[in-house]
Design a protein. Structure first.
Length: 508
């Protein structure tokens, strides 16, 4: 664990030397060696235990099993096969250890890609035990991998006709038939499975997915409606029904399920979002407005953001604004909503400024605030009001000492290059427990802004060296100002002071 594997091995081998004949010590050492990545050494220990354990068949077989597994892991497939066969020679064919070795042989042949030999082995096993469903299922898969289609189908049919207790043979046969383009047979297999397990919704969904994928939406809808009631109290399964009804646009079933899901969980109105999407897709604006009203009443910010995206994608600007505003009101700290509010397209500068100021004056994330401020300051500059707004914002902050008002005042002061005013605001914010360091660094990075770096240095490194991140940002500022030589000096100093930090060197 401390990166000294050689010392670990030496300590383990010292244990072996102290108790060379103690098989439990050697087994423990072998396990530790393997966990430390010393596979060859672990293999040697297991082999020693196997060779020295002659009287106890179970113990010898256990050690040989570990040998066979490690040989397979090392790619020594022939050795692994011989070891599995050695295990088989220790017991009768009806012994569980023999069966375990058979499975080991199957896995080894498959890992080696020797499918023809594996099929021959499986044939031999089935001659001894023709009713062994596990072996027959493996042979069906091997036949499929070898392209022996008819033989694979025959094995799967044998398993199905024998009355399996699991759906696997049906599922794999259906996949095999679908790959061969035999759609009619695929449907028959799934319907046969459904007849055997009529309440298994997994089978219902697999058959419905197949019908939807092959263009039989009406049949899929009938199937889903036929089985929907058996899951009437299971919200998880009803969501899966809803997703499939959505794909085939069965609106009546969607509405019914949406109401049922609300009954099961009054706090979850995502089904309403599904209804909203379908209403928009079918240009049913009245229904879309109704669903939006339910979402607004519920007040889940993320769901409202998704509704906003639906309206935005479909050029429904008024509804998009309504959803976005409600979502932001529900959670002004949500970064996605804040950025969307900040960048909302509008032809009216006053409306745009109001949107952005709303983000800036809310307890939103620094990321959302900076996105809003970028657009906000551009509009103010274009209107020639940046300085006057900055002064009024300072007055508002000092009167209220509201953190959001102070954040906006700080950004406006930095944008105007007023380091003295920015430092004063930052100090007041810090005294009120506000983290301004992150905001200063983000602003410096966003704009390659010297003023914010100077304020940061004045507040957080007044008499000592700055940290690597700040120095790298300083170099970026120099580069943006066209001063390559100053940037190189700054970065060279960073390298000298952080030569052992890969993250810093990568940044440089």
């Amino acid at each position: 664990d401390t990166g000294r594997p050689e010392e670990a091995v030496a300590a383990l081998m010292a244990l072996v030397e102290e108790s060379p004949e103690d098989r439990y010590v050697r087994l423990e050492v072998a396990q530790l060696l393997y966990e430390a990545g010393f596979v060859e050494e672990a293999l040697s220990e297991y082999q020693f235990v196997a060779d020295s354990t002659r009287s106890n068949t179970r113990d010898r077989a256990d050690a040989l099993r570990e040998v066979a597994l490690l040989e397979r892991e090392l790619g020594r497939y022939d050795d692994s096969i011989r070891t599995w066969e050695q295990i088989q020679s220790l017991v009768r064919p009806d012994h569980w250890i023999y069966r375990e070795a058979e499975r080991g042989l199957v896995d080894t042949y498959r890992s080696a890609g020797r499918l023809d030999e594996l099929r021959q082995l499986l044939d031999e096993q089935l001659e001894r035990r023709p009713a062994d469903s596990s072996t027959r299922l493996t042979r069906a898969r091997v036949n499929a991998d070898l392209g022996r289609f008819d033989e694979a189908v025959a094995d799967y049919r044998f398993l199905i006709d024998a009355g399996p207790t699991i759906v696997t043979p049906f599922a794999e046969l259906a996949s095999l038939l679908e790959a061969a383009g035999r759609a009619g047979d695929v449907e028959s297999v799934w319907r046969e499975a459904l007849e055997r397990w009529p309440r298994d919704t997994t089978i219902v969904f697999r058959l419905a997915d197949f019908l939807i994928g092959t263009g039989y939406s009406h049949e899929a809808s009938f199937l889903l409606r036929e089985h929907m009631n058996q899951s009437w109290d299971d919200a998880g399964e009803l969501w899966q029904f809803l997703e499939r009804f959505g794909r085939i646009e069965d609106l009546r079933s969607i509405e019914r399920l949406a109401l049922r899901l609300e009954q099961l969980d009054s706090n979850n109105v995502r089904a309403r979002l599904v209804l909203l999407k379908h209403a928009v897709r079918h240009a049913d604006i009245e229904s879309a407005e109704q669903q939006l009203g339910v979402l607004i009443d519920h007040g889940d910010a993320q769901t409202l953001y998704e509704a906003y995206e639906v309206f935005e994608e479909n050029d429904l600007a008024e509804l998009a604004n309504h959803a976005l505003g409600a979502g932001f009101a529900a959670d002004p700290s949500d970064t996605e909503l804040g950025i969307a509010m900040a960048s909302r397209r509008t032809a009216n500068p006053s409306e745009a400024l109001a949107n952005m100021r709303r983000v800036l004056m809310a307890p939103s994330s620094d990321e959302a605030a900076l996105a809003a401020f970028e657009s906000y300051s551009v509009i103010l500059e274009s209107l020639g009001t940046l300085d006057s707004v900055a002064q009024s914002q300072l007055a508002e902050y000092y009167a209220s000492r509201d953190a959001s008002a102070g954040r906006l005042a700080l950004l406006l002061a930095l944008s105007g290059g007023d380091e003295s005013e920015a430092t004063g605001v930052a100090m007041c914010l810090m005294s009120d427990g506000v983290n301004v360091e992150s905001l200063l660094m983000r602003f410096a990075s966003l704009r390659a802004d010297q003023a914010s770096l100077n304020v940061h240095r004045r507040l957080f490194a007044p008499s000592g060296p700055v940290d690597a991140r700040t120095a790298i940002l300083q170099a970026e500022v120099h580069l943006s100002a066209g001063s390559r030589s100053r940037a190189i000096r700054e970065l060279t100093e960073v390298v000298e002071n952080n030569s052992d930090r890969a993250d810093v060197l990568n940044a440089v």
